[in-house]
Design a protein around this ligand. Structure first.
Ligand code: ATP
Ligand code: MG
Length: 254
């Protein structure tokens, strides 16, 4: 069964002031799959990721051309509610950024602000389910009111994932979300990504080629703001169609 794509990005150009960061990007992001974006520093991966939930809107003096359709609807059209969009498209950043509050309050934050739960017991259920889905429940269930900053970095990053899950998104964007973690914590997050793709569309940015090869179904190589190649991960890593891709993944360039 082929699902319709989550995102259809069409001829996307993005500018910071007069400097063009993305050049005519067209790509489809498949539902319930993991898409990895790779490429050297400054090639536009984060900029592209932020186009997917309009996070770039918060940066002054930027300009976008082209279309980003999510489930067939252009997220840049005037009728789209950005708060609603960011609830549907959650983001996990490079460094874990829990609020200096309890574990419980971190996960409860989104549902509270968005008015998603009717009472305390529904909130508790949402927090528990989110922590379970983020593979953190076993670590923290006996101590939900502990300060989130007392957790290890790997746990903090899973908490940030739980915080995103609590708002019931359909897409999760992860910008180098394991780069601050040790190898064991990284593998735990990679396992989690594999599990979560059953229910979520996931787009990750990574500098780690092995990670892209291990966890993603599709990979796109960005280079100087252009999408050089986009294909099934197995194709990219075994028989790339572009010489540049081959050079990059074998470490000869970038
Ligand atoms: N807030 C900003 N204001 C101005 N220019 C920016 C801004 N953010 C990024 N850029 C520029 O846009 C281009 C793409 O940057 P981007 O951060 O998307 O690259 P990246 O592929 O994510 O790099 P890295 O791997 O280092 O994170 C770069 O030339 C960068 O300097
Ligand atoms: Mg980046």
């Amino acid at each position: 069964m082929t699902l319709p794509p989550a995102y259809s990005v069409r001829n996307l150009n993005f500018y910071y002031g007069r400097s063009q960061a993305l050049d005519d990007i067209s790509m489809e992001v498949q539902q319930n799959q993991v898409t990895a974006l790779i490429g050297p520093s400054g090639c536009g991966k984060s900029t592209f990721l932020r186009c997917l939930n309009r996070m770039n809107d918060t940066i002054q003096n930027t300009h976008l051309e082209g279309q980003v359709l999510l489930n067939g609807v252009d997220i840049y059209s005037d009728t789209v509610d950005v708060v609603d969009l960011r609830q549907r498209v959650g983001m996990v950043f490079q460094k874990p950024n829990p609020f200096p509050q309890s574990i419980f309050d971190n996960v409860a934050f989104g549902p509270r602000v968005l008015g998603m739960v009717k009472d305390k017991s529904e909130l508790e259920e949402t927090v528990e389910n989110s922590l379970k889905r983020a593979a953190l429940w076993e670590d923290v269930s006996s101590n939900l009111h502990k300060d989130a900053l007392s957790l290890t970095l790997g746990q903090q990053q899973r908490l940030c994932i739980a915080r995103v899950l609590a708002t019931k998104p359909s897409v999760i964007l992860m910008d180098e979300s394991t780069s601050a973690l040790d190898p064991i914590a990284t593998l735990r997050i990679e396992d989690l990504i594999q599990e979560l793709k059953q229910d979520y569309t996931i787009v990750i940015v990574t500098h780690n080629m092995q990670q892209a090869a291990r966890v993603s179904d599709y990979t796109g190589l960005f280079w100087l703001g252009k999408l050089v190649e986009f294909s099934l991960t197995t194709e990219i890593f075994t028989r790339p169609s572009q010489e540049l891709t081959e050079s990059y993944i074998t470490g000869k360039m970038g």
